[in-house]
Design a protein around this ligand. Structure first.
Ligand code: PLP
Length: 401
């Protein structure tokens, strides 16, 4: 049975990619963009670009208004409420680095930072490097067989020395929702700061950061169908107040002479230099578009496609799924076949999937794998895309085995 996507035509690149013979199944890396975003970018550039927060002239005031409207929109999207704020960065990776440098003064030797075994490098390396700079211990929470952070182990490993917990909401390799409420509670029992990597999670459903109760929540606009070059860092006021400034320059300064300076609080104090103005405005337009969709219908469509994907992979001899993916993506390996060879043959057939370590090298190492293939879905995909993938996979495996 054909499962069409009612939103496919809203994403002009999908038809163009199809014309080029490409089936795009790599949305977890970056998503295609809706016409609503393209229109907003065009409007901004055609009507007159201007810098924000510094110009007294009309184009500057309009740009600042649109930029700040987007900040409010993102705050509403996450239900940041009165108790939190949104800082714009240049991506999720920049946001994690901001946190690791901005919080550095909070740590003394032998303090512990806790991450999990499935973290993306973006939520591992900033903490690993901080641990090296300050002589801290980096504790890694193990996973269970389904690809979930093991709560029994976590309750042993998160303790009085834990000063910060940084974990993913939804794994970019295993496609599993992590047990955040229990993990955050454990960390909070020990007064540790909590950082949630929402880079994949934010794309699926709506998440309420106040209900989640984390101190910080991070995501990248480009995976949420928005422009690239824009990241979001949500922080609770009391947690943001603990950050030291980390990048210095225009916009973030209150007063300075040649020798001394004082700085703005969040958010502007952490947005040094000209921010990605068009991108932030575009993210606001993307959220307008996403907010207009029937969330239930999107959820059901993605779930139906994911089931097709999972079932098809499970039916094929010698194909092994990594963990037990719950939505949006599935990573797999094939007995006796190198993932790079398979990726090459899929690429030749116009199937755009991701191969390799998925920026989670330690996870792949712990599974004793050199790499894996990952198929990931966007709301514009339909069942024909999945059929193309399986046709390509079967042809490739015929050649390789
Ligand atoms: N965290 C997760 C779970 C991701 O999947 C990614 C990107 O793949 C990132 C963080 C980093 O995002 P960016 O490269 O946009 O900074």
């Amino acid at each position: 049975m054909f499962l069409p996507s009612p939103w496919r035509a809203d994403f002009p690149a999908i038809a163009e990619l199809q014309r080029q013979g490409q089936t795009y199944l790599d949305s977890a890396a970056t998503a295609q963009k809706p016409q609503a975003l393209i229109d907003a970018l065009t409007r901004y550039y055609v009507n007159g670009a201007a810098n924000v927060h510094r110009a007294q002239h009309m184009p500057g005031m309009l740009a600042t208004q649109a930029f700040e409207d987007s900040r409010n929109h993102v705050g509403q999207w996450l239900n940041a409420g009165e108790s939190g704020q949104i800082i714009f960065t240049h991506g999720a990776t920049s946001a994690f680095n901001l946190l690791a440098y901005g919080l550095e003064h909070e740590f003394v030797a032998d303090d512990e930072i806790v991450v999990s075994a499935l973290e993306h490098h973006a939520n591992l390396l900033p903490w690993q490097q901080l641990a090296q700079r300050r002589g801290l211990k980096l504790i890694v929470l193990p996973l269970d067989a389904n690809g979930l952070i093991d709560l029994a182990a976590a309750s042993q490993l998160i303790g009085p020395k834990t000063r910060l917990l940084a974990v993913s909401q939804l794994s970019n390799v295993l496609g599993t929702w992590q047990p955040l409420p229990a993990l955050l509670k454990l960390a909070q029992t020990h007064n540790a700061l909590t950082v949630v990597d929402g880079a994949q999670g934010v794309v699926h459903g709506r998440h309420d950061v106040q209900a989640l109760g984390c101190d910080f929540y991070v995501f990248s606009s480009h995976k949420l169908y928005g422009p690239d070059g824009v990241g979001v860092l949500y922080g609770r006021h009391d947690a943001l107040a603990r950050l030291h400034h980390w990048q210095f320059g225009g916009e973030m300064v209150l007063t300075t002479d040649f020798h001394q300076a004082s700085f703005r609080p969040a958010p502007l104090g952490f947005e040094a230099g000209t921010p990605p103005i068009a991108g932030v405005i575009g993210l606001g337009a993307t959220l307008d578009y996403l907010g207009s969709l029937d969330q239930e219908a999107v959820f059901e469509h993605e779930a139906a496609l994911h089931q097709l994907l999972r079932d098809g992979l499970r039916q094929r001899d010698g194909v092994h799924l990594l963990g037990a993916p719950q939505l949006a993506l599935a990573s797999f390996v094939v007995d006796g076949v190198h993932n790079a060879d398979l990726a090459h043959l899929l690429t030749e057939q116009g199937i755009a999937v991701r191969a390799g370590h998925h920026c989670a090298m330690p996870l792949l190492q712990s599974l004793d794998l050199p790499g894996a293939l990952r198929v990931s879905l966007g709301l514009y995909n339909d069942s024909e895309d999945i059929q193309h993938f399986f046709n390509g996979l079967d042809q490739a495996l015929d050649l390789l085995r």
